[in-house]
Design a protein around this ligand. Sequence first.
Ligand code: CTP
Length: 399
Amino acid sequence: MLQGKKIVLGVCGGIAAYKAAELVRLYVKAGAEVFVIMTAAAREFVTPLTFQTLSGNPVHTELFNLIQEREIGHIALADRADLFVVAPATANLIGKLANGLADDLLSTTLMATRAPVLLAPAMNVNMYENPVYQQNEAKLRAVGYHLLAPVTGFLACGWEGKGKLPEPAAIVEETLRLLTPQDLAGETVLVTAGPTREDIDPVRYLSNRSSGRMGFAVARAARLRGARVVLVAGPTALPVPAGVEVVPVTSAQQMRAAVLARFPEATIVIKAAAVADFRPAQQAPQKIKKKEAELVLSLEKNPDILAELGGEKGGRRLVGFAAETADLGENARKKLMEKNLDLVVANDVSREGAGFDVETNIVRLLFRDGRVEDLPQLSKEEVAHRLLDRVRDLPVPGQ
Ligand code: CTP
């Protein structure tokens, strides 16, 4: 995900410095090359050897180091970065940066870089809320620095409040966003994901094998690419992607209501949910007892949400999924026409490596103009990005 990217990571002296070690590990795992700069205070908490071992690169600590300075160390480091991250960033570092002070290797290199800078502050809640600190942050934000807000929790100083460094995975996600071209900026993408559940009685329901992974991957990818994302999700066990607004629903009727409510603000709609086509005609108010020898469930049809959207789509680009077990192309094209879609993502859910509750997918994209594109077996993340490449280039209906 971060293949070939060069990240310069500044580590300041705070108790959260230990979390920066895990951050380096995650960056390296994602394919990035990491160059660590530690302040003197940081070295009181963690040793350079930890970062050197994890990054596989020498750790930079001194502004005037005879060996490092051969290539004017701080300038070389500043120029090398695709992204400059400071985690944890102390109030002191933020204060220095906001006021143009450069008195050690980290602050000097930060001053010299032209790369985007992500600051992840961590400190005592009272320091964080101090108006002087807040002014410094605002000043930095106004000139283009990116700030990742600390999270609320128990702080090492004994206080509870806002000031904890976010988990390393959350910092990696923000890193990824800052390094991803924002080609969907300005779009509002409405995504649906997961199965729906149709209650039979208070303890039983009808549903399907959808895990929600494909829709969640689309939502996450769209957000990384700069879109505002609303994700209407049926019941799943998946973590909410950072920066995505999730609207949880259970039944098809609830999904319909949520989707229709958010439809007006959407510019792109991607319906990856596996909506139950039928629901029990009656929901028993009490648990159904097994006294009968046989039980016949009577089902009635759920509304087809996507078809309804197709009827009033205006200038929105509308993308559906087609889960098939036979005649993939033919069935999918029928859905494209009948539901008035711009693009259909068809998958044969009976194939190994495709469909419900697996990590990968094998899909065929069918366009309104008759084009067909077969994608190889890919991770659902990769499918999501390829799909969004195509969605981005779709003509806006009616234009
Ligand atoms: N869909 C929907 N509302 C429904 C059923 C399906 O919005 N009640 C959407 C799905 O989210 C998907 C597309 O329609 O994007 C196709 O879903 P699929 O289950 O493949 O097809 P159906 O239209 O339900 O047709 P069939 O079950 O006959 O294959």
